[in-house]
Design a protein around this ligand. Structure first.
Ligand code: FAD
Length: 490
């Protein structure tokens, strides 16, 4: 194992100092370790000034800095173009190596290649590690040694690999704390704390009011809240009015929790419960996450094209009419209460329940005939947990153009989805109080309600709440025609 005098750990989407691969390896391999985070102008310049994710990152690095100081180190925080700043900082600090964790997104891969090349010129080593997934790249393959593109065989191979080591080797935590004495202490000139949001040109968002806890402590708190729900996850996960999922996606996105730690919790719960269906189903979701990272790694073209190329021939709605339909969907004005409530949840909180992501995506693509990329972009702008791989995977699943997607002729009915997953309309009433007085029977499709029911509910359609934008049955027929081109190609 090569040893270095000084090294630098570059924190990116891994904002924690426990069970962190790059942090652990740098401490083990170096006499003295600096830690840095860069607010990357290349990304920040594109965002709204009150972006919740910047607020989340900011709160998380404040906590990370405090935790590193408790261990004897500190976090250097810069607001700059990361690809240039990291080589500059590495030279400034006279380090021999920069350590970071793998990032699989195409833009990050390009950025890291630039950083590596710049470091190489000055003789500084680059070391990077798997950290944000359990298995990456080519670690899970088919029996023929090929990357898999169907989830179930991938999941089976994933589980076989996990259980192939008797001591849960792949879930072991990296005990970075053991080497904490090697952290470089702050000097006199080093700032006492990270810059404020205002100093990097941002404002506080409503994250705190929404009760979304950031940082390592926030991730831990959310998992503790969820722990007791784990056994029943398979029964509760599909109902948006119930707190049946973990809400950990934003923490997984920014690495304030460890994926190994979470997978370990799921595996332990399965063992305790003799196979525990709830924990097994939750582990399956974590495996979907690995799956989509693997797909993005092997097929980076999915970022803007269909995984199944023949789906790129589909003609989507265009022009002013398409723009109007899209705006109505974005604003929660489609006239379909479950779709509208879900879009309002996204706009007001930056989160949307998984069942509703499927329903709203399907509605945009298969009821309104809009290109899935428009919806993908809108989600990317608003989701706190936006992750290119999972978002693209989810949208291509709904568009039927993805790997292992639902068949093109499977079209969610937004009314029956509503009746099934929000039977009493609790979720709808929360986000659309204007519909609150409608009886359960009519809340899923107010346009079908008798006039007297609407009067009793103080509701005038077209004024208080929109008429449905499209008729689902007619839209369904149009979609089947639109997708006929794919049928011919298959
Ligand atoms: P839980 O149900 O508690 O699941 C635990 C974790 O498993 C999640 O936090 C997430 O990291 C992972 N996970 C769960 N479901 C999936 C899935 N289908 N694909 C990949 N990983 C999954 N998830 C994102 O993290 N970022 C996105 O940008 C994103 N966009 C999506 C877009 C669409 C159209 C769809 C259908 C799904 C998308 N998902 C995305 C997946 C899923 O909806 C969210 O991960 C989930 O709703 C987050 O809530 P939770 O943390 O309570 O999840």
């Amino acid at each position: 194992m090569q040893q270095f005098n000084n090294s630098l750990v570059w924190f990116r989407r891994d904002l924690r100092c426990f069970d962190h691969a790059a942090f652990y390896h740098s401490l083990r391999q170096s006499c003295s370790v600096y830690c840095a985070f860069i607010f990357d102008k290349d990304i920040l310049d594109l965002l709204d000034r009150r972006d919740r994710r910047v607020d989340f990152i900011h709160a998380s690095i404040v906590e990370l800095d405090a935790e590193l100081r408790r261990l004897g180190g500190f976090l250097i925080v810069r607001h700059a173009h990361a690809a240039e700043e990291i080589p500059r900082l590495a030279s400034e600090l006279r380090v021999d190596a920069v350590f970071a964790n793998h990032d699989y997104e195409p833009a990050a891969v390009t950025r890291d290649a630039r950083v590596t090349a710049a470091l190489q010129k000055t003789g500084i080593a680059w070391r990077s590690f798997k950290d944000q997934v359990i298995f990456e790249k080519d670690e899970v393959l088919s029996q023929a040694g090929k990357p898999l593109s169907v989830f179930t065989p991938y999941k089976n191979a994933w589980l076989r690999k996990l259980h192939s080591s008797s001591d849960d080797f792949y879930l072991k935590a990296y005990p970075a704390e053991t080497y904490a004495s090697r952290l470089a202490a702050p000097g006199n000139g080093d700032a006492k704390c990270p810059p404020s949001l205002a100093e990097i040109g941002f404002e506080a968002s409503d994250l705190a009011e929404l009760g979304i806890p950031a940082g390592m402590s926030g991730g831990e708190q959310l998992f503790e809240d969820f722990r007791d729900c784990l056994d029943r996850y398979h029964e509760t996960r599909d109902f948006p009015a119930i707190k049946g999922t973990s809400f950990l996606s934003v923490h997984l996105r920014f690495g304030t929790v460890s994926i190994r730690g979470l997978a370990r919790q799921a595996v332990d719960a399965m063992r305790r419960a003799g196979g525990g269906t709830g924990a097994a189903t939750w582990l399956s979701e974590l495996i979907w996450r690995d799956f989509y990272f693997m797909i993005l790694h092997h097929h980076p073209r999915v970022a803007d094209r269909a995984f199944k190329p023949e789906y790129d021939a589909i003609r989507w709605e265009e022009g002013d009419h398409a723009q109007q339909l899209f705006r109505a969907w974005c604003d929660g004005r489609t006239g379909y209460p479950l779709v509208d409530a879900a879009m309002l949840q996204l706009r007001r909180t930056g989160f949307m329940h998984n069942r509703l992501r499927m329903v709203t995506a399907s509605f945009l693509i298969k009821d309104l005939g809009i290109d899935w990329r428009w919806g993908e972009r809108f989600f990317a702008d608003l989701l706190n947990d936006f992750d290119l791989s999972a978002n693209n995977g989810g949208w291509q699943w709904a568009a039927s153009s993805g790997c292992d997607a639902q068949p093109y002729f499977r079209i969610f009915n937004p009314v029956t989805q509503s009746q099934k997953f929000d039977a009493q309309g609790k979720f709808i009433r929360h986000y659309l109080p204007v519909l609150a007085r409608l009886p359960d029977k009519w809340i899923h499709a107010p346009w079908l309600a008798p006039a007297a029911v609407l009067t009793d509910a103080c509701l005038t359609l077209g004024i208080d709440y929109p008429h449905p934008l499209v008729q689902h049955d007619e839209a369904r027929k149009r979609t089947l025609e639109r997708y006929a081109i794919v049928k011919k190609a298959v």
